[in-house]
Design a protein around this ligand. Structure first.
Ligand code: GLU
Length: 547
């Protein structure tokens, strides 16, 4: 006899792009299903109407596709479209006395909470003893109500497959929880239980914030006669300093940079507020707080004022990593190791290796640390090994989310040839910024003042002199290949008794404005005779005229 196939799911609430924590949860559920030849299902938990948006769903799906976490249900399940199903079950529970309508207003509930606080006890909601008359009156008035599950007042326990221990909640701690809200929508607790059962989900992996919710879910399963799935709650992801990783980290970085800017430039908070279009008082409060956050438009306004780019902020969302040029396979490999050890100190793994090695037992109990340096090292290693076709596809994807890059104008052949000028890179963003000079108009090459001074003007304009000579030399070059140009320039260097750098650096400044470029002769070949000579002439003209 074979045991039933493993069915897992990922059930995000669509409130924005996918967070790395969510991606890690999805990955583990996906790996568990793929490892066992089971199924991985996707469900959209959009019962919070105020916070869920269709745009967020689209973004979520795009992130999952980018990561390659494909799901097996052809029809996506949207909880918001299943209210009739939930209502029928809730009515049935009410009929059986296992759930009931509760009529307290938010103010009354707050009052109850406050009383508990004053008496220094936890607020536990238990079914009030309303009279028939009271209920009739409220019904006649159409008083808004929720539906609560009548939680059996006994101890609940379950074994967590990741924590490998029993979680026990005492009878005094359980309470009657809401299963349908005043707006008629089911709560997360209710919909999650019904849907997991109806979709045949038998293994649930999710974040630790849901650990105690599981007690509610188990109680509902028992009342509804559903089987109990295997539950595993995943370790929390922390920053290396032990703080919880989250969107806050971006705000924190903006504040730090704003504080530094004020210190270094002696700008006042008032001036910064004015240039960002914010209220001084609000900005000051934010600057001196450690917990208060700006909302997104305010963050962007401050960033603009202090010259901080989005790419400089710590990545939190999967989309941030995509936009900053990480390869999805690297991110997955890295996320897999946040809590899971495949054994034998294995680090770099392909998706196939992860699938074959994955096991629930390999997931640790300790909180995981998100080490950005390690992720960057993974990406650097992977980039050194990536084949042409994959590299091109990855770059095209990067460019699709960075439409302002001039590399978008290149055809595949040119793009790949340019990328091959600089094999090995940390991120696609870095590669993009190193290669941009190859795809922009001459006028947008800004000659960096420092580079001009150091490379061209220092020592009685020695570099500029070399550039003029080299221009003349290259104008006469018969063959425009890296090898031929290298021979010609080397001969020049020998003749002048200078090092190669003293010839290569002036050419670099002319071509890209600074002192860093891919290997110089390959770059000249890539750019071609006309473009190279054009930039050299422009540089000689600009620097010669100005000095
Ligand atoms: N919608 C829930 C969340 O995003 C899902 C929790 C669960 O997996 O049960 O946190």
């Amino acid at each position: 006899m074979t045991s039933a196939a493993i069915v897992t799911r990922f059930a995000p609430s669509p409130t924005g792009y996918l967070h790395v924590g969510g991606a890690r949860t999805a990955l583990f559920a996906w790996l568990l299903a793929r490892h066992s030849g089971g199924r991985f299902l996707l469900r959209i938990e959009d019962t919070d109407q105020a916070r869920s948006t269709q745009q967020a769903v689209t973004q979520l799906l795009e992130d999952l596709r980018w990561l390659g976490l494909n799901w097996d249900n052809e029809q996506l399940v949207y909880q918001s479209q299943r209210t009739a199903i939930y209502d029928a079950i809730i009515d049935d529970l009410i009929g059986k006395g296992l759930a009931y309508k509760a009529y307290e207003t938010p103010v009354e509930l707050e009052q109850l909470r406050r009383e508990a606080e004053i008496q220094k006890r936890a607020f536990i909601y238990r079914r009030p003893k309303w009279t028939e008359g009271q209920i009739r009156k409220w019904e006649a008035e159409k008083r808004p109500h929720v539906v609560r599950f009548a939680m059996p007042h006994r101890e609940f326990r379950f074994t967590d497959a990741v924590l490998e221990k029993e979680i026990v909640v005492a009878a005094e701690q359980v309470q009657d929880f809401v299963i349908r809200k005043t707006d008629g929508m089911p709560t997360y607790h209710f919909a999650v239980v019904v849907d997991d059962a109806q979709m045949g989900v038998n293994h649930i992996l999710r974040g630790q914030e849901h650990l105690l919710n599981t007690i509610n879910h188990i109680a509902l399963q028992e009342a509804l006669g559903y089987p109990r799935p295997v539950y595993g709650h995943l370790p929390i992801i922390l920053n290396p300093d032990g703080s919880k990783m989250g969107k806050r980290d971006r705000d924190k970085k903006i504040r730090l940079c704003a504080q530094m800017q004020l210190k270094n430039t002696r700008q006042t908070a008032e001036q910064l507020a004015a240039s960002a279009g914010l209220e001084t008082e609000a900005l000051q409060k934010w600057l001196s707080s450690t917990s208060q956050q700006l909302d997104l438009p305010e963050q962007l306004a401050v960033m603009r004022s202090i010259g901080l780019r989005e790419a400089d902020l710590p990545e939190i969302l999967v989309h941030d990593f995509r936009k900053n040029g990480y390869l999805p396979e690297t991110l997955l490999n890295f996320l897999a190791l946040l809590g899971w050890s495949p054994g034998e100190d294995r680090q770099a793994m392909s998706m196939e290796q992860m699938v074959s090695l994955f096991s629930l037992g390999g997931i640790g109990k300790a909180n995981a640390r998100f080490d950005r340096a390690k992720l960057l090292a993974f990406n650097t290693d992977a980039s050194a090994q990536v084949a042409d076709g994959r590299l091109l596809a990855a770059m095209r994807d990067f460019l699709s989310v960075n439409p302002d890059s001039p590399l978008n104008s290149a055809d595949d052949g040119r793009l790949l040839a340019a990328m091959r000028l600089k094999p090995g890179f940390h991120t696609l963003r870095e590669l993009d910024s190193v290669l941009r000079f190859l795809f922009v108009a001459d006028e947008s090459i800004e000659l960096e003042a420092k580079a001009v001074e150091k490379v061209l003007l220092k020592n009685q304009r020695q570099g500029l002199g070399a550039l003029v000579d080299l221009l003349e030399l290259l104008e006469k070059a018969e063959t425009w290949t890296a090898a031929a140009l290298e021979t010609a320039v080397n001969q020049y260097c020998q003749q002048k008794q200078i090092g190669l750098g003293q010839a290569a650096q002036p050419i670099r400044v002319a071509l890209c404005g600074g002192t860093i470029s891919p290997p110089i002769f390959e770059t000249l070949q890539f750019m071609g005779r006309q473009a190279t000579l054009g930039r050299m002439r422009r540089c000689v003209g600009l620097v010669g005229d100005a000095s």
